[in-house]
Design a protein around this ligand. Structure first.
Ligand SMILES: [Zn+2]
Length: 134
């Protein structure tokens, strides 16, 4: 993002502040227009890379031991890792879910055992297509 911005303003470095701001405004308008045209082709409720991610993690075959403490909390143990997962609060102690808004493989394994297969409900709302369609 910063590199893209720097390449944008490179040609405008010698312009006055007003011209520079006007040029950036115009470029941002073009970028939003391109984003709108691109997002019109999205079919699913989630942005395409998240749809791909969910498809990938839900179809992988990995083995986990799941020690369930409540209907929504469990300790999930894989070959080299052990995590506490709380699907109700979208939490895993590895921090990935909180940081990226997406469950990792071990969290998905627990979600799958509970027949909570509405995968879209476990993704942060900022990945929904309607949030990005302008
Ligand atoms: Zn995790």
């Amino acid at each position: 993002m910063a590199e893209s911005f720097n390449s944008w303003i490179e040609e405008a470095r010698n312009k006055s502040n007003v011209d520079l701001i006007d040029m950036i405004r115009g470029m941002m308008m073009e970028q939003r227009s391109q984003c709108k045209l691109h997002s019109a082709s999205w079919k699913g409720p989630l942005v395409p890379f998240v749809e791909d991610y969910i498809r990938d993690v839900t179809t992988r075959k990995e083995y986990f031991i799941i020690r369930q403490s409540t209907s929504t909390k469990a300790e999930v143990e894989g070959s080299f890792e052990r995590h506490e997962v709380d699907i109700e609060n979208h939490f895993c102690n590895c921090g990935f879910w909180k940081l990226y808004g997406l469950p990792r493989m071990h969290s998905v394994a627990f979600v799958g055992t509970n027949c909570h297969n509405l995968w879209h409900t476990y993704v942060d709302e900022h990945y929904y297509s309607y949030k990005l369609v302008i």
